[in-house]
Design a binder for this molecule. Structure first.
Ligand code: FE
Length: 239
C-alpha cells in the first residue's frame, strides 16, 4: 500500500465547511455524534452539536450568518447535488477516451465541462481503478469530500474508525464493505485535504459494451467513486 499524504493545510473556508456539515448533522440526525450519554440538562444533543448550535445562534444574532443562506446551501448539497453527478462523469470517461484523458490530466476542468462546479470541488484529482491498482479516498483529518460530484459525505466516511483504519488496513476495510481486491492488485489510499479532493474512476464492468452513458451511469455507485465499492454489474442491475 502506498499512502499519499499531501501537505495538510487548512484553508480559511474550512471552519465554515465544518459548521455547515455539523449543522446538518444536528439538524437532522442525532445518531451522527461520536459519543452518547445523558446530559444532565436532558438534552439529546452531543456536546459538539450543542456547541455548533450555540455558535450558529451567536453568528445569526450578530448578523454574520443568514439562516436562509445556510438552509439553501444544505438544500443544494442534499437535494440538487449528489453522486449522480459523479456517475455522469464516470460514464463519460468510460465512453469517451479523450474525456477520460482530460479527466486524468485535469479533473477540475473535465468535471466543469459537465457543469459540476462549486465549493469543495475547486481542486479535483481523478484516480483510476485498474487491474493493477485499486484506489480509495479518505480524509484522515476530518471529512473533506468532493461535494460537486458526490454530494455530502456518508456518515461512515466521517467516522474515526474509517478514517484511521483505511490507512492502516485498507483491505480489511474493503472486506467490511464486501469488496475483495486481488492480492496482486496494489491498494492506494488518497488522503484528501482542505484543498485537494479525489474522485475514484471505478473499473467499467464487463458486458456493458455499447451501453449508453445514461445506462452506464446507473452502474456507478457512490461507494465505487470513493473506492469502498465497485461499479455494479449488469446482472446486479437487473435484480
Ligand atoms: Fe477533511
Amino acid at each position: 500500500m502506498v499512502r499519499e499524504r499531501p501537505g495538510v493545510r487548512i484553508s480559511p473556508a474550512a471552519p465554515a465547511t465544518k459548521l455547515l456539515a455539523t449543522r446538518r448533522v444536528w439538524g437532522q440526525n442525532k445518531w451522527m455524534t461520536d459519543h452518547h450519554h445523558n446530559h444532565d440538562e436532558g438534552s439529546e444533543l452531543s456536546d459538539t452539536a450543542l456547541r455548533v448550535r450555540a455558535l450558529e445562534t451567536l453568528l445569526v444574532d450578530k448578523g454574520y450568518v443568514d439562516p436562509a443562506a445556510l438552509d439553501e446551501l444544505i438544500d443544494t448539497y442534499e437535494n440538487k447535488v449528489g453522486p449522480r453527478n459523479g456517475a455522469a462523469v464516470i460514464a463519460n470517461a468510460w465512453t469517451d477516451e479523450e474525456y477520460r484523458q482530460r479527466l486524468l490530466t485535469n479533473a477540475t476542468a473535465a468535471i466543469a465541462e459537465l457543469d459540476f462546479v462549486g465549493r469543495q470541488g475547486e481542486h479535483m484529482v481523478a484516480v483510476e481503478n485498474t487491474e493493477k491498482t485499486h484506489n480509495m479516498i479518505v480524509c484522515t483529518l476530518c471529512s473533506c469530500y468532493p461535494w460537486p460530484v458526490l454530494g455530502l459525505p456518508p456518515i461512515w466516511y466521517k467516522s474515526p474508525p474509517y478514517r484511521s483504519r483505511v490507512v492502516i488496513d485498507p483491505r480489511g476495510v474493503l472486506a467490511d464493505f464486501g469488496v475483495t481486491v486481488p492480492e496482486n492488485t496494489e491498494v492506494r489510499v488518497w488522503d484528501s485535504t482542505a484543498e485537494v479532493r479525489y474522485l475514484v474512476i471505478p473499473q467499467r464492468p464487463a458486458g456493458t459494451e455499447g451501453w449508453s452513458k445514461a445506462k452506464l451511469a446507473e452502474l456507478v455507485t457512490r461507494n465505487s467513486m470513493i473506492g469502498t465499492g465497485t461499479a455494479i454489474s449488469p446482472d446486479e442491475l437487473e435484480t
